[in-house]
Design a binder for this molecule. Structure first.
Ligand SMILES: *Cc1c(COP(=O)(O)O)cnc(C)c1O
Length: 393
């Protein structure tokens, strides 16, 4: 059994490229070139140099002593929160902007919900001096003012999507329309392991730097490069894909995916996609998604904007279906408590997405000798207002 992508762009039965005919040339250009470009020595040199000098990699693998004592197991945190712009998303946007440059593109488009991917895209466009257009639902623009301001400061144009529910789904439609109209000079940067093939694979490969580093860092500290467990939160699935990547075929490394249960899996206000989802097509790929009986996509809910997505990438749908990864869902309440606990035990304020992953220590017991690596996907600065309101600080 392989847990990686096959030659046709499928993880088991999930993945593929279900796109309108008008988009075919754009996606096909990318499909034919992405691996060739990524394997070029000049590409690898530039990518690695930027990860080092601009992003600040390698991110530390930190032994969390007080957290480990509390839960009586060995917990290491992979500190993606220390990256430039505060999360793992920059690993992917750096990679994609370098691919775009080599394809001769001068114009970059993206869609964003909470604004985190928009900021990561605007950042690398400023770095490379490329035009940047970010589509964002009108409602999200109102809800996420600080990230809109960041994108504007970085020189991006933020275009409101005014149709439908005026959120992420509508912004995605606008971005796809733009790409169809500008096939020659424009690259569309997708922010997670979602979308038509080759995006899930390309994004997973850029994020794979996370598990590549974990292997040698763990070897330095524990004289073994494989942990017993790797834990990550899953929205679309990119930080998890990166943290799992080099362990996928080593089935003695257990993988745990943490989804957002929102107000509870059965509350009707949740984003626990694998548990509630059914097979369907979203953003050009066949995967698991939350939908009504007649196939309408259900509005997801989570206190964490980054996990508030109705689907999950095809790699994760496959990991769920095959049982390679264990999926656990965590409520808003459980995540917020775990976030506060990390602040007070380790002096680290996590993103609320990452706090979902941390909450599993209250739900699942590990053995004292287990080595558990948890991917701390981002820092909590962006979530301060949510923390303030929740804890009445
Ligand atoms: C965007 C985001 C996520 C969720 O996205 P994935 O593609 O599932 O990784 C998780 N954590 C943080 C900090 C984020 O910004």
């Amino acid at each position: 059994m392989s847990y990686n992508i096959n030659n046709n762009g499928y993880y088991g039965e999930f993945g593929g490229a279900y796109i309108p005919e008008m988009l075919y040339p754009n996606v096909e250009e990318l499909r034919q070139n992405y691996l060739k470009i990524m394997e070029e020595p000049s590409f690898q040199k530039e990518f690695n140099q930027l990860l080092k000098d601009y992003v600040g990699r390698p991110s530390p693998l930190y032994f969390a002593k007080r957290l480990s004592e509390k839960y009586n197991t060995k917990i290491y945190l992979k500190r993606e929160d220390l990256n430039h712009t505060g999360a793992h998303k920059i690993n992917n946007t750096i990679g994609q902007i370098l691919v775009a440059k080599r394809l001769g593109k001068q114009r970059i488009i993206a869609e964003t919900g909470a604004g985190q991917h928009g900021v990561a895209t605007a950042t690398v466009c400023a770095l490379m001096g490329l035009e940047c257009i970010v589509y964002m639902g009108e409602i999200d623009i109102a809800r996420q003012a600080p990230n809109v301001a960041r994108m504007k400061m970085l020189g991006a144009t933020v275009v409101p999507a005014k149709s439908g529910s005026r959120t992420l789904k509508d912004a995605t439609n606008e971005a796809i329309r733009d790409w169809i109209n500008n096939p020659i000079n424009t690259h569309y940067i997708i922010g997670s392991v979602v979308g038509p093939h080759p995006y899930p694979d390309m994004v997973a490969r850029f994020q794979a730097i996370i598990s590549e580093e974990i292997k040698w860092q763990l070897n330095e500290k524990e004289l073994q490069s494989n942990p017993d467990y790797v834990i990550a939160c899953v929205g679309g699935g990119s930080n998890a894909a990166g943290a799992y990547y080099h362990f996928l075929e080593d089935t003695n490394v257990k993988l745990i995916a943490v989804e957002a249960a929102g107000k509870g899996v059965n509350s009707g206000e949740s984003a626990a996609t694998s548990i509630l989802g059914k097979e369907g097509i979203i953003h050009g790929s066949k995967t698991l998604l939350m939908q009504t009986k007649d196939g309408q996509i259900t509005e997801p809910y989570s206190i964490s904007a980054g996990l508030d997505y109705p689907g999950v990438g095809p790699m994760h749908a496959h990991l769920f279906k095959t049982g390679r990864a264990e999926f656990i869902s965590i409520t808003d309440e459980q995540a917020m408590s775990a976030g506060l606990e990390l602040c007070q035990l380790e002096g680290i304020i996590p993103a609320i997405e990452s706090a979902h992953a941390l909450a599993i220590f209250e739900k699942k017991t590990f053995q004292p000798q287990d080595i558990v690596v948890l991917n701390l996907s981002g820092r909590g600065d962006k979530d301060l207002e949510t923390y303030i309101n929740h804890f009445e600080l």
